[in-house]
Design a protein around this ligand. Structure first.
Ligand code: FAD
Length: 513
């Protein structure tokens, strides 16, 4: 059967219908409980920059199906397999050109169990579960919630755990990969294994932040905490970068109880543009950004420190006010430029969903997104701001430009993630939205601008790493991303996916033939 599958990989397009029929027959012999779509529909992701044709898309009914597919591919001579979460990558990372794509959402509900272990409450969820559904089920059913999030929750557990999962809680609890107790994984060699810090620990840490290279996560055990009822969401404006970073760093290094529950920040343009400028800041339509409060010394861009405090319905409003005032004491934002709203906890975590609905209505959700995400050391961020934000991007990017500090000590260096060296480093996220009716030349320009920024950071010798990294050759991965950690990553690959069948869209390892 495997030999038959192999034959189909290199056939040409004109014969594709007949081949699909044959392939379909062959795939039947895999005896999956789920389904196989052999129509080889062109695959796209959120980035919209690449499109390729897989050999087939498999919708497994559960982990057993995933294992059968991986086993079949691993003993074939040239098949590759890509787990597809929600396809929200930018550069084709969840694609398999001429290979098998496994749609992990097809069994997203196969497990959902809240339990307790060693004093911790956890939830077991499927690798293909969307974070937004986990949030709803945990809060509504149990009054609990995961501790560490991404800003947008239409992403799968397997997709974010293969990268890191970063948001405004990361400074306290670490990224999502620091909040996992256990995983079920189908390795690239076709083995189904349960792993944790104590059991099969090398596999556990390889897979976390492992860019899908070592195994397919079919179940994850995620730490939970009590969910608060409400959130006070606050935006504070700064004209000077050094004051913004001073306060942001102060907040992320204070003890729990002495700081907010969420800390992020972003850069915006000092003009009246609705998307890139001052009107993009207020949190509610009744609020007005009065530019008269901006000091004369302000430059082309301004900075917003975004914080949030959790509280419960039982807390008296004056207690919340007092706590917020205490936490804001000593911060140097422009005192008349503070915006705040109170809202339900779930509404706060689902805030980007509302932006998604708007973006879908005006067509920019489905247009290309040449995003760039980086992690830049504290010592280089002032120079980065001077050249990148204040000069290269001074007119904005048609979407958010996030910049906020994180702490290395909250990350586990046994995982596969690559970080800058310093304890404090900044997430920089350039979340570009291209207009829907572009001819492609604008998108090319934006991709070039991303390259220009990376090039600048490299030439300046900045201590930085790409987050959600994307390189086109093994050499680049080796030199620019992994550096001294390359041999560890390669040994892990040999151990868990010896024929390099998994996640070919990352372009790290070529399939062994
Ligand atoms: P996919 O794009 O489908 O897959 C990503 C990679 O993981 C692929 O290599 C794939 O093969 C692999 N993979 C998928 N599922 C599994 C599995 N079960 N087991 C093993 N490997 C698997 N990231 C943040 O950290 N913080 C944010 O705030 C944030 N916000 C975002 C907002 C938007 C609108 C978008 C589009 C992305 C955002 N991201 C953010 C990035 C996001 O975390 C990554 O792109 C993530 O990989 C997307 O998840 P996905 O489920 O769509 O994964």
């Amino acid at each position: 059967m495997i030999a038959c599958l192999d034959r189909f990989v290199h056939e040409n397009d004109s014969e594709s219908r007949i081949l699909s029929d044959n392939l379909s027959t062959v795939c039947k012999s895999l005896d999956l409980k789920g389904s196989i779509d052999c129509r080889a529909i062109t695959d796209k992701d959120f980035g919209g920059l690449h499109s390729i044709k897989p050999l087939a898309v498999i919708r497994p009914a559960g982990p057993d199906d995933v294992q059968k597919v991986v086993k079949a591919a691993s003993v074939s001579s040239n098949l590759t397999v890509a787990a597809r979460g929600n396809g929200h990558s930018i550069n084709g990372q969840a694609m398999a050109d001429g290979g098998l794509v496994i749609d992990m959402r097809s069994f997203e509900d196969y497990v959902f169990h809240v339990g307790r272990e060693n004093g911790f409450t956890y939830v077991d969820v499927s690798g293909g579960a969307l974070w937004e559904n986990i949030l709803k089920r945990c809060v509504e059913g149990f009054g609990m919630a995961p501790r560490s999030w991404t800003d947008y929750l239409g992403l799968t557990v397997g997709g974010t755990l293969s990268n890191a999962g970063i948001s405004g809680q990361t400074f306290r609890f670490g990224p999502q990969i620091s909040n996992v107790l256990e995983l079920d994984v189908i390795t690239g060699n076709g083995d189904a294994l349960t792993c944790s810090e104590e059991k099969n620990s090398e596999l556990f840490f390889s897979v976390l932040g492992g860019l899908g290279q070592f195994g397919i996560i079919t179940r994850a055990r995620i730490l939970l905490q009590s969910a608060p009822d409400k959130v006070r969401w606050i935006r504070l404006i700064y004209s000077e970068f050094h004051e913004f970073t001073r306060d942001a760093e102060l907040l992320v290094t204070r003890e729990e109880g002495e700081s907010f529950d969420y800390v992020e920040g972003f850069v915006f343009v000092n003009n009246d543009d609705i998307v890139n400028g001052r009107p993009s800041v207020p949190l509610d339509q009744a609020q007005d950004f009065n530019p008269a409060h901006i000091p004369q010394t302000a430059g082309s861009v301004l900075y917003c420190l975004e914080v949030a405090l959790h509280y419960n319905n039982s807390d008296h409003p004056s207690t919340v006010d007092t706590t917020v005032s205490r936490l804001l004491q000593g911060l140097r934002f422009i005192s008349n430029l503070k915006f705040q709203v109170d809202m339900g906890y779930m509404d706060f975590l689902l805030r980007v969903k509302r932006a998604e609905e708007q973006a879908k209505a005006n067509g920019i959700w489905d247009s290309p997104h040449p995003w760039l995400n980086m992690l830049v050391s504290k010592s280089d961020i002032v120079e980065f701001d001077r050249v990148v934000f204040k000069e290269i991007l001074k007119d904005g990017i048609g979407g958010p430009m996030l910049v906020y500090p994180l702490r290395r000590s909250k990350w586990d260096n046994r995982t596969s993630v690559m970080l800058p060296e310093e304890e404090v480093f900044y997430l920089v996220a350039l979340l570009r939205f291209a207009p829907p009716q572009g001819d492609g030349s604008l998108v090319r320009k934006l991709v070039e601008q991303n390259q220009e920024i990376i090039q600048y950071c490299t030439e300046m010798g900045f201590d930085f790493k790409l987050y959600l990294p994307h390189y086109k050759s093994v050499e680049e991965w080796k030199q620019r991303h992994f550096g001294n950690e390359w041999s560890r990553f390669r040994l892990r690959k040999k151990a868990f996916d010896k024929n390099s069948i998994l996640a070919p869209g990352q372009k790290i390892f070529a399939r062994n033939t």
